[in-house]
Write a protein that binds this ligand. Structure first.
Ligand SMILES: *Cc1c(COP(=O)(O)O)cnc(C)c1O
Length: 350
């Protein structure tokens, strides 16, 4: 269905089908890479008649400390998804510019480009890992933004810091390299955040939705040099962050809660290894992609096994990758949730 009042490029969009928009029925939810932990927060409702701080200082300072950057390197957004949108709106001209992504990768880069009438250059993860950097620049065809997801969703693979540095250098005055670190807490030694002041063209995206167990809060951060941050700030809505959200984010970034998140990350990483072990024993699992995040993506021998899980209320995320529709991304949940996966694996193993 389209509406004549919208421009052609909006009329031709398909509604984004996110993990949560599909109205599935289930009892075990391992499809959106959410944390299984529920942490407690206190809020005060006293000042809701007033507009909030556009960039809440206490949160910005706490995140700067946590990420090892300064407060003028940070912009707080409504999730990393808003960071992606903000980058495209700030740096790409509608109908003229393009972005580069390395497929298969996170779906929001394409969704944002399409809805902004910005073209997409599709390179591959193999290019990202192996191609000479000069070739990446050449194949990028003058793109304004180059999205590097590290670790990559949905494949789980990572890029070394040396490789990222040489890519950022190669693009120096040609394009901004955006490193999406939504899952970086699961392998935090691989973060590029420490380089944001060293390069004029590096942007890092972060979120509280994954390791911090706050997907429902809608909080993300853009980390970059002050010049790029100030440019994006011109485009960002005047009061993007609700005061309630800021109160919770500040508590989530207390040193005591950060310690708790680190303990939870260690457990989730152990649970991932336990899941990988079980996956390796299942005959119907024909390929397991090595992951450094809170999910594992596998290829099954037949799509009917994915359907059987879904029908039994075990909701994971099916993908078509490399033209095969038998891929499945399994989020790392609690031990109890993973036991449901183990039982399904035993059942399909026959
Ligand atoms: C989940 C995810 C995001 C979105 O994070 P929000 O902060 O919830 O908007 C961004 N990038 C990647 C790669 C993700 O997997």
């Amino acid at each position: 269905m389209s509406n004549k009042f919208a421009p052609e490029y909006i009329q031709s969009l398909k509604a984004y089908s996110s993990a949560k928009s599909q109205k599935l029925t289930g009892s075990t939810w391992l499809n959106a890479n959410e944390s299984p932990y529920i942490n407690d927060y206190d809020i005060s409702l006293n000042r809701l008649n007033r507009y909030p701080d556009p960039q809440p200082e206490a949160v910005i300072n706490a995140y700067a400390d946590y990420a090892g950057v300064s407060s003028d390197n940070i912009l707080m957004t409504r999730g990393a998804d808003e960071g992606i949108e903000l980058l495209v709106r700030t740096f790409c001209q509608n109908g003229k510019d393009s972005i580069t992504q390395f497929v298969p990768t996170y779906g929001m880069y394409k969704v944002t480009a399409d809805s902004s009438n910005v073209a997409l250059n599709n390179l591959t993860q193999t290019d990202l890992i192996n191609a000479p950097v000069e070739q990446l620049v050449e194949k990028s065809n003058g793109a304004k933004l180059v999205f590097v997801c590290n670790p990559n969703n949905p494949t789980g693979n990572t890029i070394s810091l040396d490789r990222i540095r040489s890519i950022v250098s190669a693009f120096n005055d040609k394009a901004l390299v955006v490193v999406d670190e939504a899952y970086i807490e699961f392998c935090d030694e691989l973060s590029s955040a420490k380089f944001v002041n060293e390069f004029g063209n590096l942007v890092v995206l972060r979120t509280l939705s994954k390791a911090f167990a706050l997907a429902g809060l809608r909080t993300g951060f853009v980390l970059s040099n002050p010049s790029l941050i100030n440019t994006m700030r011109k485009v960002l809505a005047p009061y993007p962050v609700s005061g309630i959200v800021a109160q919770i984010a500040e508590q989530a970034l207390s040193s005591c809660n950060i310690q708790r998140v680190k303990r939870q990350v260690a457990i989730l990483n152990d649970n991932r290894k336990a899941l990988e072990l079980q996956l390796r024993q299942c005959k119907q699992v024909v390929e397991i992609l090595p992951s450094n995040a809170n999910f594992v993506t596998v290829r099954l021998s037949d799509k009917k096994f994915i359907d059987s899980a879904m029908q039994n209320g075990l909701i994971m995320r099916p993908f078509t990758l490399y033209d095969q529709d038998t891929w499945l991304r399994i989020s790392i949940g609690s031990e109890q949730e993973l036991n449901v996966v183990f039982n399904w694996l035993i059942e399909i193993n026959g």
